[in-house]
Design a protein around this ligand. Sequence first.
Ligand code: GLC
Length: 483
Amino acid sequence: MKILFAASEVAPFVKTGGLADVAGSLPAALAAHGHDVRVILPLYSNINESWRDQMTFVKHFHFPLSWRNSYCGLFQLKLGNVLYYFVDNEYYFKRHSLYGHFDDGERFAYFSRAVIEVPDQVSWSPNIIHCNDWQTGLVPVYLLEAKHRFPCLSKTKSVFTIHNIEYQGRYDKTILGDVFGLDSSYFREDMLAYYGDVNLTKGAIYASDYVTTVSPTYAKELQYSFYAHGLEGVIAANYYKMSGILNGLDIQQYNPNLDPDLTATYSSDDLAGKAICKNALQKECGLELLPDVPIIACISRLVSHKGYDLITAAFPKIMEHNVQFVILGTGDWGIEAFFRSAAKRYPERVSANLLYSTKLSAKIYAGADILLMPSISEPCGLTQMIAMRYGTVPVVRLTGGLKDSVPSYNPATGKGLGFTFGNITAGDMLSAVDRALELYDTEPLKWRQLMRNEMEVDLSWDKSALAYEEIYCKLSHNDLDPD
Ligand code: GLC
C-alpha cells in the first residue's frame, strides 16, 4: 500500500512534542511491513544543516492558494525505508519557532495545500493520506475537491489523527476565502463552521474518511466535554468512523542497553547498571549519594493539565517521606517558581532542572525509581512508556493513554505495572505515591521484579502499526467493493 503521512513536526528532524515522535516512528514501522511510506513536513529554518546536506532537490513548482500564487520547493531524503519530503517556502517557514505566529492559519493552509499538490508533482498515487492534528486539518478538506482534479488522488482516502484536541486551529471566518481559498459551501455545520468561526480540527473530522486518536481511552473520553474542549458533539456525530490506537515507542531509540547518554547500560537480566545511573544522577543533580533512598521524577512541560496542581498541593506530604525529587521541564512561571524555591528549601533532596534537555532526560529515566505523571488529561503520553522501558515505575492518573499503558499493580499477585489513581485530588495521588513507596521500602524483591516486568513489556509499534494497517486496508478496499 502507498501511504503519505503528513505532519507539522517529525523526529529526528524537528520536534516540540510527542507528535514528532509518532511521526518519526509509526511510518518506519509501517514501512517495515513492506508498505511504500512517505512522510511530508515543512522545511523549517531550524532543521539542522547536517540534515539539509543529506537532502536532494526534487523540483519546484507553484500552486494557487486563494489569490496567491505560492512557491513550493520540494526536497527529499531517504532514512531507512521511509522517504521524507520537505516543503520549502522561506516566507512561511523561515521563522525562529514552529508555531505561535500571527499567520499560522495561512502557513499551515499553505502546507496542507502542498501536501495535496505533491503526489501529482512526483507522479505517485497514495492509497492513504494520513494527517495529524490541526496543522494538517485542511488536507482532508482540500482532498474532497482535489480527488476530481488529480487522477492520482481519485481513489485516495484520508485518515486524521487527533494527538491533542486542545489545539484546534480556530480562526475568524474571513480566512475561509481569502486565505484558504474555499467557497462558502465549506462554511457549514458539518464541515468547518464553529460558533461563527472556522475550526480546522472540526473540518478535518467531518471531511476525513476515518478518524483516530492516540489511545482507546482518550477516544472514549473525547465524547465528554471535560476532555473534548468544545468538540464533544462533533466527536459524537463522527464516532461511527473513529477509534483509538495506542501509540508505540521507538524501542531502538529508547533502550537502556544501548543508550549513549547513560553512565552505565543495563537490561532486565542485569540491573546493576541502573544503580550506577542512579548514583550518577544524584551526583549530577547535587543530591545526597544515598543508594537506598527512592528518587521520584517528573519530566514534562510544567503546565497545569499535566497535574502540577496536585503535585504542588501534595508536595510537603511527599517530602515527609525519605525521598529525593528530580524535576525536568519548562513551562508556567508559577510552577517553575514553586520548584525553584523547593530546591532551595531541600538543597540535597530536590533538584529542579527548569530546562529542556534530552540528554538529562535519559539520565533521569535511568537513574530514577519512580516517575510521577498525574495528568488531568493525557491523550497517550510517551514519558510513562520511556520510564517503563528504563525500569522506572510509573505513578499515574487513570486517564487516556496512561490508563491504557499502565495497568494497576497488585502486590498480592505481582500483576500490573504502576501505581494508579482516578480522582483528580491531591489526596488520591498521594495515596498512590504512598503505595509505591511502601513497596519500595518493604518489599525490595517485589520491587525488583516489578522493574523487570516494566522493562519486558512490549511497547513497540508492532501491534499498533497492524491496527493502522487494518484501517488503511478497509478504507482502500471499499472502492473495489462493487456495492
Ligand atoms: C500529544 C499528546 C500526548 C501524545 C502525543 C503523541 O502531544 O498530548 O499525550 O502522546 O501527542 O500522540
